[in-house]
Design a protein around this ligand. Structure first.
Ligand code: BGC
Length: 713
């Protein structure tokens, strides 16, 4: 039952005020300026001054002094004095930028991810924000889609754990507490599988696939207590998520018991008309409200239509009230009725933003998310070698990645700075000019110059990848190869007899097979954030032993996409290469270039002796560091249901543990195998655990595993 003062406020509200409480706009509207960076069909919406005096929340800008003033100016003109809610995209850090979420997924380190989210919340709260549009936990299998960088990866279980960690980090246990902000899970649901990887494209999947893979991460975030959910742009079973009753009423609210606020994505209420499920704003508004969509982001459909709909009896006022109550309850949970400014504080901004502790945390998480893909022994480098540096990421702060919020490229540590700091000497640098915003988005071809600059270098660290502005929203591609001039640089250095260490700065798995041969080592560093240069350097020089594992499969080529580890089995699986009529390609193996869970270390680990308890409720292995240095690895437990009422994936990650071992040390690792790990949604969409045979797999990646069969009653 809502609190009485909330019911009183709602009873006192006019329909126009309710509609505006349910409308989110950029603050520029309030100040009557033409808003910057508007996309979509926004320009058609115009708001009257008295409407803007009762809008419910804002999107975008932050900063303690700006948001305090905005709240003050707003409360001065607002009749009911209901404080504004300030929301923004604080995706992987506020001013201190942490590695992109895909890299965070590769850390398999929930505790550190939670810590980074908590530090992010402190900065964002000091800057006056109340809600972040994070975590984004759309499951991703298609690196053509630019937004894979925003997701922790391709696995429902890993994404779920990361989602929960981020929610705990942002929110803590009490949103009123200083330094806490509300989390908004997005994009509900299944936005991660646009057809052909093309942004905003149609999504079409079976209910079983939705249940098996796509829904669990959002559900984990709900269980962790996320205060808000954002709907996705796409269709789910032919209905836009924005007005999808199956998703919002049945699954989210009824099955999962979500009591928080649901917001649309940018202008998506308006876009239901493009999806051809609404002929006009009134129909769009009615459908969205009836589905339980509380806030419309950045379009004016609710503002223009709700009053009329209620007055004409096409929408019950109680349906509108339901949304308004939820919004006011969130404001109450954040303590805004007592203190509308919450934690906005210029002094705190000065001490917290980009503070030493946050930078150190960012460096730590960046290192853990980096994945060593290849190493013929050249790494770690020995400082006495003649080392040179080349490539567009050699000396740039453009390593923060998309959605870097208030992060500034000039505050990021470049790779050159990081390496020179470690070495204590200057490095020769070649071909480091940035990407050109031309049709090809390549870097200028200065391979000759690079060969010249690095003529004395025996080891060349080649910092290559994709520009950070080519990842994130609206950044789909059909070609995932490195640009021609970057590939040429690698080949030329190799041909000149150099040892080549490729450091890949990308927001997605790219097609790196064409350069792999010519690289002696490949380190995937994603977009590592503010301390990126130092974090990479820590690994290159062995101050940190790499431990990241791939959260997303690397394809051999674009034609293999989607390629992911937890697929269903075909009736004709490829067992023998010479068996023609099996599920395979003529021109490419089925296996990926690098599988989910894969990642090398400077030491070597073995994982052996998998045994299950007689009742199949425990699985244990021995993990041993058989190399010469201390290191960390991630032990992974997968299951497969051998015979079920519906087909089950060939493997599903169900548990993992990050462990640290000294050289020569071994550890027994055991996992509990719960009923929940073996359950699934059956054809009737009931969560069931069907007794029978299951295979358990344990290993240090998804391919090289030991296997044991268990029977479970
Ligand atoms: C994106 C969301 C984001 C929103 C607000 C949209 O275009 O899809 O992820 O939260 O804008 O910036």
């Amino acid at each position: 039952m809502p609190k009485q003062f909330i019911l009183d406020l709602v009873a006192d509200m006019t329909l126009e005020e309710k509609a505006m409480q349910m409308t989110q706009l950029a603050p520029e509207f309030f100040y009557h300026k033409e808003p910057a960076n508007l996309t979509g069909p926004f320009r058609q919406w115009r708001f009257e001054e008295d409407q803007l005096a009762c809008m419910g929340s804002t999107l975008g800008p932050s900063g303690a002094s700006y948001l305090r003033r905005l709240q003050e100016d707003y409360l001065a003109v607002s009749r009911q004095k209901i404080p504004l809610l300030f929301m923004s995209d604080v995706i992987h850090g506020y001013r201190t930028v942490y590695p992109i979420p895909l890299a965070q997924g590769c850390s398999f380190d929930d505790a550190l991810v939670e810590e980074a989210a908590a530090a992010t919340a402190k900065e964002a709260a000091a800057a006056g924000l109340h809600v972040t549009f994070s975590p984004m936990v759309d499951l991703v299998r298609d690196p053509r889609w630019g937004r894979v960088m925003e997701s922790p990866g391709e696995d429902p279980y890993l994404n779920g754990r990361m989602a929960a960690a981020m929610v705990r980090g942002y929110q803590g246990t009490d949103l009123k507490e200083k330094g806490r902000i509300a989390a908004c899970i997005k994009h509900f649901a299944a936005y991660g599988q646009p057809e052909a990887g093309r942004e905003y494209n149609t999504v079409d999947m079976s209910r079983g696939v939705l249940r098996d893979f796509y829904l669990p991460p959002y559900q984990e975030a709900v269980k962790a207590g996320a205060a808000m959910v954002m709907t996705s742009f796409n269709l789910v079973e032919r209905v836009p998520a924005t007005c999808n009753k199956l998703l919002l009423r049945r699954i989210l609210r009824s099955e999962w018991g979500f009591k928080g606020v649901v917001i649309s994505d940018f202008a998506a209420v308006d876009e239901t008309m493009n999806h051809s499920v609404a002929a006009d704003p009134e129909e769009a508004a009615r459908k969205c409200v009836q589905a339980g969509l509380d806030i419309e982001m950045m379009s004016g459909v609710y503002a223009s239509a709700l009053k009329k709909l209620v007055e004409e009896g096409r929408l019950a006022e109680s349906e509108v009230d339901e949304c308004v109550i939820r919004i006011l309850e969130l404001k109450d949970r954040l303590g805004l009725f007592e203190n509308p400014y919450k934690d906005a504080d210029e002094k705190d901004e000065k001490t917290l933003l980009l503070c030493k502790e946050h930078r150190a945390l960012s460096r730590k998480l960046a290192r853990e998310g980096m994945v060593l893909l290849k190493n013929n022994g050249i790494l770690p480098l020995d400082g006495s070698q003649k080392i040179g540096l080349a490539g567009p990421f050699a000396d740039t702060g453009c390593i923060l990645g998309g959605w870097h919020c208030e992060g500034k490229v000039e505050e990021a540590v470049t790779l050159r700075q990081g390496m020179e700091e470690s070495l204590g000497r200057k490095l020769p640098v070649g071909m480091s000019a940035p990407f050109l915003y031309t049709e090809r988005h390549d870097v200028p071809d200065d391979v000759c110059g690079a060969l010249d600059a690095l003529s004395d270098s025996q080891v060349c660290v080649v910092a290559i990848g994709e520009p950070q502005w080519e990842t994130g929203e609206a950044s789909s591609r059909t070609n995932l190869r490195l640009t021609p001039h970057q590939e040429k640089l690698v080949h030329a250095l190799k041909a000149a007899g150099k040892q080549v260490v490729a450091v890949l700065f990308t927001g997605r798995p790219m097609e790196i097979a064409p350069i792999l041969e010519d690289c002696d080592a490949v380190l995937q560093v994603w977009f590592p954030g503010t301390e990126g240069g130092r974090a990479v350097s820590d690994i290159l020089f062995g101050q940190y032993n790499p431990s990241g594992k791939l959260a997303m499969t690397f394809p051999r080529n674009v034609g293999q996409i989607p390629v992911y580890y937890n697929h269903y089995q075909t009736g004709r699986p490829l067992v023998r290469e010479d068996d023609y009529f099996t599920s395979r390609y003529l021109d490419c193996p089925n296996s990926p270039l690098f599988a989910f869970g894969y990642g090398l270390s400077y030491t070597e680990f073995t994982c052996s002796g998998l045994a299950a308890s007689p009742d199949g409720t425990q699985a244990s292995v021995t993990v041993k560091n058989v190399g010469a240095r201390a290191g960390e690895t991630v032990v992974q437990l997968y299951v497969r249901d051998v015979s079920a009422s519906v087909a089950r994936p060939v493997k599903e990650l169900k548990a993992y543990r990050r462990i640290a071992l000294e050289a020569g040390e071994k550890a027994a690792v055991s996992f509990e195998v719960t009923d929940d790990m073996l359950g699934f949604y059956n054809e009737e969409e009931e969560w069931v655990h069907e007794p029978g045979w299951f295979d358990l797999f344990v290993g240090l990646d998804s391919e090289r595993v030991e296997q044991v069969r268990i029977y479970r009653k």
